[in-house]
Design a protein around this ligand. Structure first.
Ligand SMILES: Cc1cc2nc3c(=O)[nH]c(=O)nc-3n(C[C@H](O)[C@H](O)[C@H](O)COP(=O)(O)O)c2cc1C
Length: 340
């Protein structure tokens, strides 16, 4: 059986929340999903309040940051931080909550993240990252993985990449998800850092050739299944971000093509919407708003006649106060009528 990391959905703040993950799970039963980045220090603060007078509020905040539905698994928790002790505590907590993997963010170039001295700037300090990874490995029985860039600023030689990966491998890193672009911490904002530095898939391929014993996953600029299958000739896994969020149905054949799961028919948009109904029932009956789920559906139907009015009706209905799962049932019916 193929490992779930053969195809994974990249962590994306404001995108890969629990609702989008349940949506993606309707499309692929087999792929690995990942949370948005959760800051280890924030978890520590919340936990320190868990036994005081604000315990109930602390519980609610933990649930907001860490809660997920069982059907989202296999699921990785992505952590941000640079303190071995805090990351170990967060990894232990993640394992206790039932996450399958703990991932450390070494790729985010945002200024806010740099001030906290974590994310991509940690690529300048491999020894510190190695201490973080070792502490996380010791604290939990889950695989500890990293998500990194190929380099940052002037530290962009292949030799630096290789040395960085070797140091982290020795500390117990189980898999390297590599965004095949360097990050310019000084001068480019996070969005520019996802488009302007050129993609260097070749460097990730070279890394896998030079370190065949390591598990290497390639991320960055993958647009479709054919492109992923080509990459899988060179690396152990592919990770897709924007093209998964912006075009979920594009990945309907992932289980068949990547996981050789021939028994499963390709899902249609209406199946995805219907598949979300049990989740919506649980969410709304717990006081959640349907919009939290509905907002992710706007990219589900594209490039077919009637897509725009369908989207319009759905966003209006899902955004109304008191809207419930019946909105999804009706939206799915409309799609079925069109054979979608
Ligand atoms: C809106 C958005 C939010 C992101 N948030 C995170 C994050 O929380 N952690 C992280 O490691 N990467 C984050 N990324 C980077 C993606 O995980 C991924 O590395 C990047 O988008 C390149 O992959 P792609 O070309 O397939 O989108 C984010 C990207 C986007 C577009």
């Amino acid at each position: 059986m193929e490992h779930a990391y053969r195809f994974s959905v990249a962590p994306m703040l404001d995108c890969t929340d629990r609702h989008f993950r349940v949506l993606m799970r309707q499309i692929s039963r087999r792929c690995l999903l990942t949370t948005e980045m959760v800051v280890a220090r924030a978890l520590h603060h919340i936990r320190s309040e868990a036994s005081g007078p604000r315990a109930a509020e602390a519980e609610r905040r933990l649930e907001r940051l860490l809660g997920f539905d069982g059907e989202e698994r296999p699921l990785a928790l992505q952590l941000g931080g640079d303190d071995p002790g805090l990351l170990a505590e967060a990894a232990r907590l993640g394992a206790a909550w039932g996450y399958d993997e703990i991932n450390l963010n070494l790729g985010c170039p945002s200024e806010k993240v740099q001030q906290g001295r974590f994310g991509a700037c940690l690529m300048a300090d491999p020894e510190r990252v190695a201490r973080c990874v070792a502490a996380m490995v010791a604290a939990s029985d889950r695989p500890v993985t990293v998500k990194q860039r190929i380099g940052i600023d002037a530290l962009d030689s292949y030799e630096h990449l290789l040395g960085f990966v070797d140091t982290l491998a020795a500390a117990g890193t189980a898999r390297f998800a590599i965004h095949a672009r360097k990050a310019w911490l000084d001068g480019l904002d996070p969005k520019q850092n996802r488009t302007i530095p050129p993609l260097r898939w070749d460097l990730v391929h070279r890394l896998k050739r030079d370190r065949p014993e390591l598990v290497i996953e390639l991320n960055g600029g993958l647009e479709d299944l054919a492109g992923c299958l080509t990459q899988l000739e060179h690396v152990d896994g592919v990770m897709v971000g924007r093209a998964a969020y912006g075009h979920p149905i594009r990945w309907a054949a992932v289980d068949r093509e990547i996981f050789a799961d021939g028994g499963r028919p390709e899902v249609r948009a209406s199946d995805v919407v219907i598949g979300l109904v049990p989740h919506a029932e649980r969410w709304c009956s717990g006081g959640g708003r349907l919009w939290a789920i509905g907002r992710h559906l706007v990219h589900l139907v594209e490039g077919v006649p009637g897509a725009r009015p369908w989207r319009h009706r759905l966003t209006q209905a899902a955004g109304e106060r008191g809207a419930g799962p019946e909105v999804l049932v009706e939206a799915a019916r409309q799609l079925r009528e069109r054979g979608l």
